[in-house]
Each structure stands twice: as structure tokens, then as C-alpha cells.
Write a protein that binds this ligand. Structure first.
Ligand code: BT5
Length: 324
């Protein structure tokens, strides 16, 4: 808390020193205590000039997603007001699951600068190098039956697509169920994990990975031709913290719409982003592959495919490829 307050005060005086005396008075702590926090902030990468005469001057903030940086930018009412921040984690989803099991509240979020075992769906990996992208997990506790949980994935995809469009000016495409593509390449992925009882959801961990500033050559070879980042598509680096603040705002907005107005509004919007109706797709689900025409998603977010023989299939989980 004290770090955030110090940064808030220093940021109010962008091109001037703020005296140690004033800081200690405003924070109601000793000057030695202020100095200790300044040293800590420096260790996080904040460039702070210190002079015994004039006090402290924040020269530059690091590009990190620490609460001290994010909280000043947040425009949400409740989402992301509690931030669990880690320079490195195995997986933000695993950490959020653990926190939620221990009673963490709706709206708490987990952010890591890198993940050693970033999780994709079906046991796959999510490549998560440090300080370039976004790895976020949100704890949600909607009062809904478990069958409706996939709609939360669609809701999050809509929110992420909208944040990406607002930030980049480019229109992404959502690929069922959880990929977000720019120019045909994957820029973001979502992974929801759910804990539920028979008739109600206990919590949902909404995991989102967004490639922001990673350069193409940094992707491992296996995914280089299928993955992309915001920077690669726009030619410009993005501020990760601004993007995070925007994404949280969109998520709060769309989640509220889902709770108040129901799944249909989400589905309508999702359909506009996904343009899936009538596309020829190849679907792999639990080891089985089928080709066919995508008809639509149903009210629970499952994909309906019509095979060549006119048979309709309802797919709840799997991967699709578009065929031209
Ligand atoms: C996903 O899985 O797309 C879900 C990814 C969710 C990642 C977030 S990061 C924060 C949170 N914490 C976690 O531990 N996970 C979530 P899936 O549809 O299974 O896609 C995985 C596949 O995408 C891999 O098998 C690769 O082919 C490809 N891939 C891996 N890393 C990628 C990356 N950084 N960018 C684009 N594609 C990637």
C-alpha cells in the first residue's frame, strides 16, 4: 500500500523533486521508512533520483504489471481491485485456482510476468516468456448452473476481442471456442477452469494469454507460423499496463451484461466476432475428426456442425480448423 501511495505522489510531480519530509508527513511514517520503500521500488526497476537536499524524483517507471502500476490506471468498479502479482509463476490459472479454493473473492486477479508451465487446453502448453505479453487469471463466482459455464468463455472472448480492437484498431476474429486471431494467426487464447457442484458453479478461473510485444522470431519454431502478437500486426509496441486496464474494463462490462441480461446478448455479440455460420470446418474432438459445415453455436455455447451426409453434431469441446 505504501509503495502505491509513494508512486501516486511522485507521479503527481512528474518533473520535480518531492521532499522526503513531505512524503513522510503525507504517509505518516519516518523519513527512514520512506527511504526503505524507495530502495524497494528501485529494486523493482523504478528509476528514482534521490538527493538529500531536494528529495525524490521519479524519472521512469518500469514496464511491469505490478499493482503499483496497474491500480492507478484501473477504471473498473470491482474487477481487479485485488491483484496477486508475481514476476514468475508456473501458471496463473493454477495459482488462481489455489487462491479461489482458499476463499479468494470474485474479481480477484492473478498476473505473472512469465509462466514456466503456462497451460493451454487439453494438456497443451502456452508459451509465456517474461515481460512481453499478458498472462492473466480472473476469479469469478457466478451463480449459474455448470452447463452455462462455457458461456463465460464466449463472454471473455468477446471482451478480449473488443479490447484488442480498441487497442490496435484492427478487427480480430474469434475462432471457436477460445482463440483470438489477427490475420489468421493466434494472438490470444483463453482457458477456463471450473469448480462446481452438481447444480451450481463454485468458481470459474478465467485464464487469458495475450501476445502483445513479442517479436515473431522469439516464438518457438513450432508455432512461429501460426502465432502473432499485437506488435507484429500493428508494427508498434503497446503499453502492457494500458492494455490490461482496458481488458479488465471490458471483462467487467461483459460479465455484468451476462449476469443481468443473460447469455443471448453474449451469443449475439460472439456471432458477430466469430463469423462462423456456413464456414467449412474440420473438427477434432476427443480423437475423432469430422468435417462439415458450421451451423451455429447453441444457447450453451456448443458448436453445431452439419456433416456432408446432413447429420448434425453438437460439439462441446474440441479444436476446429477452417477450410477455404
Ligand atoms: C489456449 O489453449 O489457447 C489457452 C491459452 C491460455 C493461456 C492463459 S495465460 C494465463 C492463464 N494461465 C495459464 O496457465 N493459461 C492461461 P489451446 O487452444 O490449447 O492452444 C494451445 C496451443 O496454442 C499450443 O498447443 C500451441 O500450438 C499454440 N500456442 C502456445 N503458446 C502460444 C502463444 N504464446 N501464442 C500463440 N499460440 C500459442
Amino acid at each position: 500500500m505504501m509503495d502505491e501511495e509513494i508512486l501516486r505522489l511522485l507521479k503527481k510531480h512528474p518533473s520535480a523533486f518531492l521532499s522526503g519530509e513531505e512524503l513522510s508527513r503525507r504517509l505518516n511514517v519516518s523519513r527512514t521508512a520512506v527511504w526503505k520503500r524507495i530502495r524497494h521500488l528501485r529494486s523493482l526497476g523504478y528509476e528514482i533520483e534521490a538527493s538529500t537536499r531536494s528529495g525524490y524524483w521519479l524519472v521512469q517507471s518500469p514496464d511491469i504489471l505490478a499493482p503499483s502500476e496497474i491500480k492507478l490506471l484501473l477504471k473498473t468498479k470491482w474487477l481487479g481491485r485485488t491483484i496477486h502479482y508475481f514476476p514468475a509463476l508456473d501458471s496463473t490459472n493454477s495459482k488462481a485456482y489455489e487462491l479461489a479454493t482458499g476463499g479468494a473473492k470474485e474479481g480477484e486477479i492473478v498476473i505473472a510476468e512469465s509462466q514456466a508451465k503456462g497451460k493451454g487446453r487439453l494438456g497443451r502448453n502456452w508459451f509465456s516468456p517474461p515481460y512481453l505479453n499478458l498472462y492473466l487469471s480472473v476469479i469469478l463466482r457466478p451463480k449459474i448452473p455448470p452447463q452455462q459455464a462455457p458461456l463465460i468463455t464466449l463472454m471473455a472472448a468477446v471482451a478480449a476481442a473488443e479490447a484488442i480492437e480498441k487497442s490496435s484498431g484492427l478487427r480480430p476474429l474469434i475462432k471457436w471456442p477460445n482463440d483470438i486471431l489477427l490475420n489468421g494467426r493466434k494472438m490470444a487464447g483463453l482457458l477456463n477452469e471450473i469448480k462446481s457442484e452438481t447444480d451450481r458453479v463454485d468458481f470459474i478461473i478465467l485464464g487469458i494469454g495475450v501476445n502483445l510485444n513479442i517479436d515473431e522470431k522469439m516464438f518457438p519454431k513450432e508455432i512461429r507460423s501460426i502465432a502473432t502478437s499485437m506488435k507484429r500486426e500493428t508494427g508498434q509496441a503497446v503499453s502492457r499496463k494500458d492494455f490490461l486496464a482496458l481488458l479488465l474494463k471490458e471483462l467487467e462490462k461483459w460479465y455484468t451484461i451476462f449476469l443481468e441480461e443473460g447469455g443471448n446478448v453474449i451469443l449475439e455479440s460472439w456471432r458477430r466476432w466469430a463469423q462462423i455460420k456456413g464456414r467449412q470446418v474440420k473438427m477434432t474432438s476427443f480423437g475423432e475428426t469430422i468435417g462439415g459445415k458450421a451451423i451455429d453455436v447453441d444457447s450453451e455455447g456448443a458448436l453445431i456442425i452439419e456433416t456432408r451426409h446432413g447429420e448434425r453434431k453438437r460439439i462441446v469441446a474440441g479444436d476446429i480448423e477452417y477450410r477455404r
